[in-house]
Design a protein around this ligand. Sequence first.
Ligand code: 3PG
Length: 394
Amino acid sequence: FHTLDHVDVKGKRVLVRVDLNVPVENGVVTDSTRIERIGPAITELADKGAKVILLSHFGRPKGVDPKQSLKPVAAEVARIIKRKVAFAADCIGEVAEKAVAAMHSGDILCLENTRFHAGEEKNDPAFVAQLAKLGDIWVNDAFSAAHRAHASTEGLGHKLPAYAGRAMQEELVALTRALEKPERPLAAIVGGAKISTKLELLGNLLEKVDALIIGGAMANTFLLAQGKKMGKSLVEADLVATAQKIMALAKAAKRDIVLPVDVVVAQKFEANAPSRVVDIDAVGDNDMVLDIGPRSVEQAVSVLARAKTLVWNGPFGAFEMEPFDKGTVSVAEAAAELTQAGKLVTVAGGGDTVAALNVAGTTDRFTYVSAAGGAFLEWLEGKALPGVEVLRAK
Ligand code: 3PG
């Protein structure tokens, strides 16, 4: 990869693809993680005398939609990086060209939502050319959008000299350390609701990890496949055969699949609904499994204590509702302690996972928490990401 260490940006117009697709409620950014991550590349470029032009999508608009303008997000970028950030109401054409022409070295300009133009998602060469006109080089600092082969995330890399930004570099280093060249034993935690959405991920991880700890409702389907009664729990009955196949494959490859041995059940999925811990063989007909129990926590922690690297995607239980966050929080706390003691490299990612680790208050004590959702999953699935590949080609 070429990085910002390999280019003299002084006086150059640098198109920086960032991911400003952040959660916004009533015009207020509610989670600035992604903005904080891109701060270093932006300020470094500005300090080195570049004209920094930020490009990003926001939401999934169909054409121009004022409700999905990047303007309030650009203001949040300015607040967080403590620099002036100008805004242009279009990302191509006269408006954008004039705004860029007016820039001086060290200036920062944010262009409007790239998805206001259909050419963005189509990776249309004509649209790519219009964007490319605005810059001398392209920096991709949006790992979390790198699974999209769009004009600003991929197309530009074929038109302009391409470099990885600092946040992109950091993501790639962390993910490589976790999955490509991990210190072993390597353990993975995969949780979340459905096996069906994580089949490829399970397949790829089983080839790479020494132990796979399964949590969340997807564990229910594996348990059902082992003949356990799951009561009214969320299960994917049509995937029982698939779950059996995965367990057989794991056994043949001598990989451990770690499933809950006790669970927290309730009869209603409501905050503070009466709940109890039961052995995995004692789930009643009206019970709903909503979290793992203390023995399962211990079991997961003992796997982590023997591991050197952990990859984590997906919570153990219904963490968004107390007290069903307890399993996730307890394992996260143990993982954070092992990390701080220098015994475990911990890399986590995916939308829900980041939210769960924030609930657990352990995000800052993990080795690395990815800012990516879909891109992190595709990476775990072993897929090549177009926005990363285009950097590799250079
Ligand atoms: C994300 O939020 O995961 C990325 O910004 C990609 O957004 P998208 O799923 O709308 O392409």
